[in-house]
Ligand binder design. Structure first.
Ligand code: ADP
Ligand code: MG
Length: 140
């Protein structure tokens, strides 16, 4: 399996509780490498564009409001099979269904305020990374 990159966001519920380092420790312990990272406050348009795939869902407005409510940390993670591996490290969308030891089981507050985002495919990872990072900001 080739080295792959995925896109991660540490969400507002986690940055507000000062959990950036704790979540990064789980990421690094899993063997994934943080090859780019920055703390930003997303603009409404940016959050709407990022989650455009969900725009018809009933929770879309709530999701956008949440994502711009406090700073987030956007990241590029690198490793073998990084996309699927990070989905495993994150755990299920709803923390009630997340496996023991996963980020969402340990830290998420609810299905909406669930502490982290991770890309769901290599194609989406490339699109999401390009939305927030230029090539020279990623150092593997
Ligand atoms: P994931 O982040 O696990 O890929 P989705 O892509 O299905 O999950 O949803 C994107 C985000 O939208 C979730 O991480 C969560 O923050 C929010 N969300 C998903 N489902 C709900 C829901 N039923 N109610 C409120 N927010 C939700
Ligand atoms: Mg998703």
């Amino acid at each position: 399996m080739a080295i792959q990159r995925t896109f991660s966001i540490i969400k507002p519920d986690a940055t507000e509780r000062n959990l950036t380092g704790a979540i990064n420790a789980v990421i690094e312990e899993s063997g994934l490498r943080i090859v780019a990272q920055k703390r930003i406050l997303m603009a409404r348009r940016e959050a709407e564009a990022f989650y455009a795939v969900h725009k018809e869902r009933p929770f879309f407005g709530e999701l956008v409001d949440f994502m711009i409510s406090a700073p987030v940390v956007v990241q590029v993670l690198e490793g073998e099979n990084a996309v699927l591996r990070y989905r495993d490290v994150m755990g299920a969308t709803n923390p009630a269904n997340a496996a023991e030891g996963t980020i969402r089981k340990r830290f998420a507050r609810s299905i909406g305020e669930n502490s982290v985002h991770g890309s769901d495919s290599p194609e989406n990872a490339a699109i999401e990374i390009a939305q927030f990072f230029s090539g020279n900001e990623i150092v593997g």
